[in-house]
Design a protein around this ligand. Structure first.
Ligand SMILES: C[S@@+](CC[C@H](N)C(=O)[O-])C[C@H]1O[C@@H](n2cnc3c(N)ncnc32)[C@H](O)[C@@H]1O
Length: 203
């Protein structure tokens, strides 16, 4: 998926998932697990491929100290507007998920959320992302990845299998795989995205 072009022409259907309860509630369920038994602030969260910060802002409103990273500078302007409108604090960084340390985002992230970036990366990019996430995540971190099922055709993200996720994150184990969208809209049904949330913890 050419995100630069997509954002330039105003194509960003993934943002609509925030208004799609089956998806939003499933993500909420997973995030709430990381908040259980604690009071906000919940700690540092990293929103990978934050886009216009739909989920980053949502996390910040819940009481996470959020950093959002995206490779497309233009979309970070919309993210900034969303952050300002929400009146919350969220750090926005122009950077590449395959080189997070170069982006100087810091470390110690308790929660890493990726709604739709990993599954579109090449194998080499995935390997780099796995290393970078491992380097910036806290010892007790949780990673949540949203992936289409594998073998989607371009221009769609190619998707990822359980094996792909395991290969990318060798120091982590998958604790849960959840259906991300139990009620896909007609387009998602047509393309058979079969979207899943992977939850990972360090070994
Ligand atoms: C499907 S969109 C999801 C955006 C946002 N997470 C959401 O759910 O609205 C994927 C995002 O990943 C970003 N992205 C793709 N490759 C990236 C990379 N190598 N480093 C950082 N961001 C990347 C894109 O610019 C895009 O904003």
């Amino acid at each position: 998926m050419n995100y630069r072009l997509a954002y330039a022409v105003g194509f960003h259907p993934w943002e609509d998932l925030a208004e799609h309860p089956p998806y939003a509630e499933k993500l909420l369920e997973l995030v709430a697990r990381e908040e259980e038994g604690r009071q906000p602030p919940y700690g540092k969260a990293l929103d990978i491929g934050t886009g216009s910060a739909v989920w980053g802002v949502w996390l910040a409103k819940r009481g996470w100290e959020v950093t959002g990273v995206d490779i497309v500078e233009k979309v970070l302007r919309r993210a900034r507007e969303r952050v300002n409108e929400a009146g919350i604090e969220m750090r926005l960084v122009h950077g590449d998920v395959t080189a997070l340390r170069e982006a100087s985002i810091g470390s110690g992230f308790r929660l890493v959320v990726d709604t739709g970036t990993f599954h579109g990366l090449t194998n080499a990019q995935r390997e780099a992302m796995g290393k970078e996430v491992s380097a910036v995540a806290a010892a007790e971190a949780t990673v949540i990845l949203d992936c289409f099922a594998p073998r989607r055709r371009a221009p769609l993200p190619r998707g990822a299998s359980r094996d792909d996720v395991e290969r990318t994150f060798p120091g982590w184990h998958i604790t849960d795989i959840e259906v991300a969208d139990a009620e896909p809209d007609p387009i998602a049904k047509l393309f058979r995205f079969h979207e899943s949330f992977y939850r990972l913890r360090r070994r």
